[in-house]
Ligand binder design. Structure first.
Ligand SMILES: [Zn+2]
Ligand SMILES: [Zn+2]
Length: 366
């Protein structure tokens, strides 16, 4: 019944393509066929096709299943929702770059909604979804350069150890759901003229799992989670900027459902030396008028300690000296920006008699 094309063929990549090659290729195709950019009906269809292919082959585990068992293997194991939800991070990666959507929540959401059509919101009918969690953190410019590891303890729902978060009392297991006969899905048929549409949604009774708890675990009441403390850690990549970043599935735990997202609100702290503008950083360096006139070697701060910089003879006030590649990286771009040092020429406010005499002499010589 399946007339689906081969995922690799759809994406136009080799079977042994690397994750980066696949990402680059999807990015290229998404740019061409995304409904925001291409309004034709064929484009929308094609966008769905490439997005499904990317959702599967960008996920190591699903890709393996697909390589071994083909479409039947993937479709038999995952709902469409599972496929997309599981790859949400991969989509966000692509769309954050592509459309400048920070965190990419909009990116993934838009793919998913395009695919599921109207009313195909995430979570689906009856499927539990954990709440999103907000984490606020500050970073220094040095963190922007190197990236930063963030760790904290969160009080809230943790996986129940007594039952391994299955929700089942010891000795018991989950049994087949009566509501859906164990498929986890309920189908509804809708007729429109000559066409009929079949929509598939998750079963409310079992939350799409196909199985329900027979005897609830006493520790968690069958929910699979209990109150406790959970260690949350993640890495902020180099090039981070002010704003919100979404980590799909890292929020509140929802056993048998979809974990909430962790939303990380980042603020970059002001730096004692530098002002940042995108990838570039700026600082001031004061020199004497003699140094400016005669040239000098001066020490300037960088993000990695101090550095000697040569000031040419005849340097003018407010001259910008460039230290190439000493700025910060920016996500989605290679390399680092530059550091600019503004030369501030200090004119002495007080002169000794001798200095004044010498300057008078100097003026006469000019
Ligand atoms: Zn339990
Ligand atoms: Zn069910």
């Amino acid at each position: 019944m399946s007339s689906k094309r081969d995922y690799y063929e759809v994406l136009g990549v080799q079977k042994d393509a690397t994750a980066d090659e696949i990402k680059a290729q999807y990015r290229k195709l998404a740019l061409k066929f995304h409904p925001d950019r291409n309004k034709t009906a064929e484009a929308a269809e094609h966008f769905k096709e490439i997005s499904e292919a990317y959702a599967v082959v960008s996920d190591g585990k699903k890709r393996k299943i697909y390589d071994r068992h083909g479409h039947a293997g993937v479709d038999g194991r995952y709902t469409t929702e599972d496929i997309f939800q599981g790859a949400s991070g991969n989509f966000n990666d692509v769309f954050a770059d592509l459309f400048g959507r920070r965190g990419g929540g909009g990116g993934f959401e838009s793919v998913f909604e395009t695919f599921m059509g109207q009313g195909g919101g995430r979570g689906g009918p009856g499927r539990p979804r954990g709440r999103d969690m907000l984490c606020e953190t500050t970073v220094t410019l040095e963190d922007v350069l190197h990236g930063k590891r963030v760790e904290f303890d969160h009080k809230g729902a943790v996986a129940c150890e007594a039952c391994g978060s299955t929700g089942c009392a010891p000795g018991s297991t989950k049994i087949r759901c009566k509501g859906c006969g164990g498929s986890g899905q309920v189908r509804a048929q809708r007729r429109m003229g000559f066409a009929s549409f079949v929509t598939v949604g998750a079963c409310r009774d079992c939350g799409g799992q196909g199985r329900v708890v027979e005897k609830p675990c006493r520790d968690c009441g069958g929910r699979g989670v209990r109150k406790g403390k959970r260690r949350i850690e993640f890495g902020l990549p180099p090039g981070i900027d002010d704003g919100e970043y979404t980590m799909p599935g890292r929020g509140e735990i929802a056993p048998g459902g979809i974990n909430g997202d962790l939303i990380v609100r980042v603020a970059v702290e002001p730096h004692r030396h530098f002002r940042r503008d995108g990838r570039n950083i700026f600082c001031d360096k004061h020199v004497t008028m003699v140094e400016a006139a005669l040239g000098a070697e001066v020490r300037v701060p960088t993000l990695e300690g101090e550095e000697d910089v040569r000031i040419a003879a005849g340097t003018q006030p407010n001259h910008l000296a460039k230290l190439g590649g000493m700025g910060v990286p920016k996500r989605g771009y290679g390399g680092r920006g530059d550091q600019y040092v503004r030369i501030v020429v200090d004119v002495p406010k007080k002169l000794s008699k001798r200095q004044k005499a010498l300057l008078d002499e100097f003026a006469k010589a000019g």
